[in-house]
Design a protein around this ligand. Structure first.
Ligand SMILES: Cc1cc2nc3c(=O)[nH]c(=O)nc-3n(C[C@H](O)[C@H](O)[C@H](O)COP(=O)(O)O)c2cc1C
Length: 388
């Protein structure tokens, strides 16, 4: 679609040298946004599709799993990779590897992980609290990527909890360090996935960070939500995670909405079944292991069939599928005439839960600078994260 027809909700998103015509980003999701799922989403819409996060350490060590995570299809452009790391030198080395070996066109840095085993060591969403360390990691990544002109972006949460917010400061640090865009998941680590995302914080960040695009993230379940987030916050683009789980066609809705069209995909059961089959094929192709691919597809079943009448027994069997032949058998038992169920298939899906007081290294909140004691703990933080 060409630039700025009068109906466009936003102009194209510019991330360094990259232009994303439809300002929509598939949020990185570990265990979800692999090569197969990104292809499925790309077949429906337009935007920037970020891979599952990979740890800088695993990349530098070239573990087979990390090299699998960063694989892209031949025709996938831009090739986007998300790196998680806690040590500036290792993050720098990982980004250098990605760009020198021409393995990525965009690198996103993850400062949003709220998982206790990560925050307990000072990593993820609680890391920007140590502003010197945050600055050093971001700077190392930008400097490593710059010689090849690859843009680096930062994805973060609001902070540790309501009393310890870091996002405005982190956004400004990132901007100064040469980051090409910042994305805010408008929750704190303490919020985890509970409640509703605080879109006002996205507006606050947009007011503070004026030289680079600000992307809003959190609780976009429909194209209408995305347009509403832009309207309420002034953000330059949106990042969509759970809303597209089991609904890759949401990217078609988003593209339509951002280009001013009211057309929406409202799939009946036959289309859902065909998409599940396509997803399975792509997973098998990607993993080259049919049993593993189908095992990994199981969690998607509840998402795909949310709101559709399936029947308890068939639903349970779909959640245990172990081969393409079995999948075909089960899909054949669905009522393929069933129309789109409406509201039941919409709204919130995926991870939710209640607030959790973040586990932090002892004394973490006492100072904004990193003491020597914490450095060792932080290195362990990276070792305990999956992602390669
Ligand atoms: C299953 C799952 C895996 C996730 N993995 C990552 C990840 O690897 N990196 C990251 O930055 N965020 C990750 N997130 C957070 C999402 O990128 C996103 O910020 C969050 O889900 C909020 O957006 P949403 O409301 O659109 O889902 C993950 C979320 C989920 C549900």
């Amino acid at each position: 679609m060409s630039e700025q027809t009068s109906a466009n909700v936003l102009p194209p998103l510019r991330i360094g040298p990259l232009t994303v015509d439809t300002p929509v980003v598939l949020a990185p999701m570990a265990g979800v946004t692999n090569r197969a799922f990104r292809r499925l989403c790309r077949e429906h819409g337009a935007g920037l599709y970020v891979a599952e996060m990979v740890t800088s350490r695993a990349l530098v060590e070239r573990t087979p799993e990390s090299l699998r995570i960063i694989r892209h299809d031949e025709d996938e452009r831009p090739r986007s990779v998300q790196v998680y790391g806690v040590d500036p030198a290792t993050v720098g080395a990982a980004v250098r590897m990605l760009v020198d070996e021409d393995r990525a066109d965009h690198v996103d840095l993850n400062f949003g992980c709220p998982v206790p085993k990560v925050t307990r060591k000072g990593g993820g969403a609680v890391l920007p609290w140590k502003r010197g360390l945050f600055t050093a990691i971001v700077t190392a990544a930008v400097q490593a990527a710059a010689p090849r002109g690859v843009p680096v972006t930062v994805k973060m949460r609001k902070g540790i909890d309501a009393e310890h917010l870091t996002y405005v400061e982190a956004g400004l640090i990132a901007q100064d360090a040469g980051v090409a865009a910042v994305a805010l998941h408008a929750r704190t680590a303490a919020d985890y996935y509970s409640g509703t995302a605080d879109w006002d914080a996205i507006a606050t960040l947009k007011e503070a960070v004026t030289d680079i695009p600000v992307l809003g993230n959190g609780d976009i379940w429909s194209a209408e939500d995305a347009v509403e987030m832009v309207r309420r916050t002034g953000c330059d683009g949106v990042v969509v995670g759970r809303g597209c789980q089991g609904r890759p066609w949401l990217f078609a809705d988003l593209a339509a909405a951002f280009h001013g069209s009211p057309v929406r995909v409202r799939p009946g059961m036959a289309q859902v079944a065909a998409t599940v089959r396509r997803h399975a094929e792509l997973m098998v192709e990607d993993l080259e292991d049919e049993a593993r691919a189908l095992r990994e597809l199981r969690k998607h079943m509840a998402w795909y069939f949310k709101g559709y009448v399936v029947g308890g027994e068939l639903r349970a069997q779909l959640g245990l599928v172990d081969s393409l032949a079995r999948l075909d058998e089960l899909l054949g038992l669905l009522d393929l005439e069933q129309p789109y169920p409406g509201a039941g298939a919409e709204g919130q899906r995926g991870r939710a839960g209640s607030p959790k007081r973040p586990l932090l290294p002892q004394g973490w909140l006492d100072s904004r600078e990193l003491g020597a004691d914490f450095e060792r703990a932080l290195r362990e933080a990276e070792l305990s994260v999956s992602g390669g």
